[in-house]
Ligand binder design. Sequence first.
Ligand SMILES: [Zn+2]
Length: 227
Amino acid sequence: MSLCDGLVVVVPHRFSLRRIPGILEQSRPWLERTASQLEVKRSLMASESDAALPEHISLAAIGEEWAVEYRTTDSLTVRVLERRGNRLVLSGNCGEVAACRVALRRWLNRKGHQYLEPWLARIADELGFKVKRVVVRSQRTRWGSCSRTGTISLNVRLLFLQEEVARHVLIHELCHTSRMDHSAVFWSLVERHDPAFKAHRKRLRAAWHEVPWWVNGGPVAGVPTPG
Ligand SMILES: [Zn+2]
């Protein structure tokens, strides 16, 4: 059965066509229920694709605001170009939402490398931590983490948070280079470098909604944490 173009009934070969009206009448409650469910699904999908591509991007952590423009050309791919006046121009196959999102996420990852790595190095210098290695990744469950070997991973989504909240995550991970656990000693170390850490942690728990839909590509289960 298809309800996209009305109702289409498919029957076996040699099926008596006269039986169809009776069968449809019997199935009416089910048909009506299914039709209204499909309608809800279709309108949800339409609103998702409307919301999928941004006209404006705010990277609050680094104080950058971008106006996004889309220019459709014959190209099969999509390129992102930064233009004067903080204009981000996507050019190419802009009718393809998925291709635009891939291009925007690639641009976002470049921004993450460009800003988060040196920012972590500056805070480390300022507070007297030694960082062995930093990687910026796109993670769905954590804002950041620190491995036993001292590699700090930062989530590129930190760019969307308020500056002091993102800084709090960076300090949290730097403190793990001294203490791997979440003991009282660890939290007092965090507090020494970020006296408002409790308020920042609270804001961090509510911050996932600051990440726009085009980055996550759908609902995320659970709330990410600094690791
Ligand atoms: Zn931690």
